[in-house]
Design a protein around this ligand. Structure first.
Ligand SMILES: [Ca+2]
Ligand SMILES: [Ca+2]
Ligand SMILES: [Ca+2]
Length: 141
């Protein structure tokens, strides 16, 4: 019984945002193709992340934290989930706030996973492969 309780708590505290992103991580990558040439470069991915950061910092204190989307969580839970995931991904010192500096330095594990030949770009073939892999993982659950 005790084990069950601990497990439930662990499951509950696992970010639903992360689970959601894991369900459709390809969309985030595809969205980053700013010049629409079908290839997502590291710079494009970084820029799209910075743009998400700017939008997310609603109280303009230079950091993204839960304070920024208290209201959003009520009206746009999907958007709030994405912000949650963004924070989880980039919060280097774990204080629940992501500063501009942290977002610039944050690793991009999703990009790295998609960029199979590690040339700093995710092309259409790599994106398709990444989406297929994500869909397979989804089916296994
Ligand atoms: Ca591009
Ligand atoms: Ca803020
Ligand atoms: Ca590549």
């Amino acid at each position: 019984m005790k084990t069950f309780l601990i497990l439930s708590v662990a499951l509950l505290s696992a970010s639903p945002a992360l689970a959601r992103m894991q369900r459709d991580p390809g969309a985030l990558l595809a969205d980053a193709d700013a010049n629409g040439d079908g290839v997502i470069t590291r710079a494009e991915f970084q820029q799209s992340r910075a743009a998400r950061f700017d939008k997310a910092d609603r109280n303009h204190d230079g950091a993204v934290s839960r304070d920024d989307f208290k209201r959003l969580a009520r009206f746009r839970p999907d958007a709030a989930e994405r912000l949650n995931a963004l924070i989880a991904e980039a919060d280097a010192n774990g204080d629940g706030r992501v500063t501009r500096d942290e977002i610039a330095k944050a690793p991009m594990p999703m990009f790295d996973r998609a960029d199979v030949n590690q040339d700093g770009k995710v092309d259409q073939a790599e994106l398709a492969a990444f989406k297929t892999k994500a869909a397979e993982l989804r089916k296994q659950r």
